[in-house]
Unconditional design. Structure first.
Length: 133
């Protein structure tokens, strides 16, 4: 039975070596409904994304995602989701942490997902998971 293109891409992706990917944690930001820690990937993630993109292209899968930058990858770690109006003291404290370096987070798992533009749980579909070696 012939493999569908997505399955070929997953098999090709398994040939890409994944190292643990460090993110620099750089302060707290407030979103309308949450507080997050800003995370900036090191160049290692850029190289990993490029290797995965090449592997998918070789498998005949075209990535349709447009990035704001192909050199800088950022993310957020949500640590507080508002279910009611937050207290002023919490928001003041979070604002003081806005430019504080919070160390590093090292990701040891990479997931290939498809989702809507805000990665809502309802839309997220996991196609593959790779654990760093």
């Amino acid at each position: 039975q012939p493999q569908r293109p997505a399955h070929r891409g997953v098999e090709q992706r398994r040939q890409v070596t994944l190292e643990r990917v460090p993110f620099d944690l750089d302060g707290v930001a407030r979103f309308p409904a949450s507080l997050v820690v800003r995370a900036f990937a090191t160049t290692m993630l850029r190289e990993t994304v490029r290797a995965l993109t090449r592997a998918f292209q070789e498998a005949g899968i075209v990535a349709d995602k447009l990035n704001a930058s192909n050199d800088v990858f950022t993310g957020n770690i949500t640590f507080c989701r508002f279910t009611a109006q937050p207290r002023a003291e919490l928001l003041e404290y979070a604002a003081r942490l806005g430019d504080v370096s919070l160390g590093q987070f090292v990701a040891s798992t990479l997931q290939l997902v498809s989702c809507d533009e805000v990665c809502s749980r309802e839309s997220m579909r996991t196609h593959a998971t790779v654990h760093a070696g």
